[in-house]
Design a protein around this ligand. Structure first.
Ligand code: 13P
Ligand code: SF4
Length: 330
């Protein structure tokens, strides 16, 4: 079933048109429906705080994929973005996987359409493909091994030093791993609209203002921004770092949703969102992640829609690259 058909069904079932009774206690209703339907809620660190707090598990991409693999629940509700829900479906195809808003995409995923990547790959017939998990299921079918920000180094190093590799779709993460390993992987020209937008100049000025502050950054940031960082890592790794560090003030160069967890685990510390180039206030907020709301999550559980569906062919082809990643990152 394609997305148009799904949207049609949503409308027919009142998912889109039915107004939610404002008197409804959404949190209570979500918890009730979740129990009744034996569903598990998996939320990424970038969604709004209330959507993190209602989840059974909150984590980075790798942790969430592992949770999706081992869950015994009948339904997985992925409060994150589309490629994450697709990954859950691929590794646990027997489960119903729901995503509160099917439009929750990712600029990296969008930067690498299947047909364009097929053409690109033809130029490198003897190269292996490592794909960052932030890409479509279709792209994963063309991939040898998937990686996430937390295991990219390990995955790349699992290949012999002289192996020719295409790394897609994030050029910033690819470039960072090239520098760490001294390799020369061919990079697809994609980037994250949030992380590629942090301003080196403005962060440097903030560092002058707060001399006690440490910059910590996600590897999707540009090289210049990464050069300012004391610690570089996945969202989960950044969270662990702020807990372990004796430092009291941090400049956070990743999506602001993670600050919700940072404040929870370190209420006495100060977290300053890193400023961006074009400086609208919400620049470090991922508009795709923020499509998730409590109302959509409630409707999603109530109607069991929208459901993420993939053909058996795509599941079987894409699965190998994800299973390989999970094996290597054990
Ligand atoms: P993590 O795997 O580090 O959570 O990153 C996901 C993501 O989308 C970063 O922009
Ligand atoms: Fe994609 Fe960037 Fe949003 Fe992460 S923050 S989901 S990479 S658009």
């Amino acid at each position: 079933m394609d997305n148009t058909e799904i949207q049609k069904q949503l409308k027919e079932k009142g998912y889109i048109s039915e107004p939610i009774n404002p008197a409804l206690d959404l949190e209570k209703e979500i918890r009730r429906l979740k129990k009744e339907k034996k569903a598990v809620i998996l939320s990424h660190f970038y969604v709004d705080g209330e959507l993190q707090d209602i989840a059974d598990f909150v984590g980075d991409s790798l942790q969430l994929a592992k949770e999706a693999e081992k869950t015994k629940a009948d339904i997985i509700v992925f409060v994150g973005v589309h490629f994450m829900a697709e990954t859950a479906k691929i590794i646990n195809p027997g489960k119903k996987v729901l995503l509160p808003d099917l439009n929750a995409s990712c600029s990296l995923d969008e930067s690498a359409p299947y047909e364009k990547f097929c053409e690109f790959k033809k130029n490198y017939p003897d190269h292996k493909v490592i794909s960052y998990i932030n890409c479509s299921a279709a792209l994963k079918t063309l991939t040898d091994v998937v990686c996430t920000s937390s295991n990219a180094l390990k995955i790349v190093e699992s290949f012999p030093e002289d192996e020719k590799i295409i790394f897609a779709p994030d050029k910033n993460l690819g470039n960072y791993i090239n520098e760490l390993t001294g390799r020369n992987m061919v990079l697809w020209d994609g980037s994250c609209m949030v992380h590629a937008n942090y301003s080196y100049k403005k962060i440097s000025l903030l560092m002058q203002k707060y001399e006690d502050a440490e910059v910590i950054a996600h590897p999707e940031c540009e090289k210049r921004v990464l050069s300012l960082a004391k610690h570089i890592g996945s969202t989960a790794s950044l969270l662990v770092y702020v807990q372990k560090s004796p430092v009291k003030r941090f400049i956070i160069a990743t999506e602001i949703g993670i600050i919700h967890q940072m404040k929870k685990v370190c209420p006495d510390k100060i977290f300053i969102p890193a400023p961006c180039n074009d400086s609208p206030d919400a620049c470090n907020s991922c508009t795709y992640m923020k499509l998730n709301t409590m109302a959509k999550l409630y409707n999603c559980l109530k109607y069991e829609l929208p459901e993420v569906k993939l053909s058996d062919e795509v599941i079987n082809k894409a699965r190998k690259s994800i299973v390989r990643m999970l094996e290597i990152s054990k």
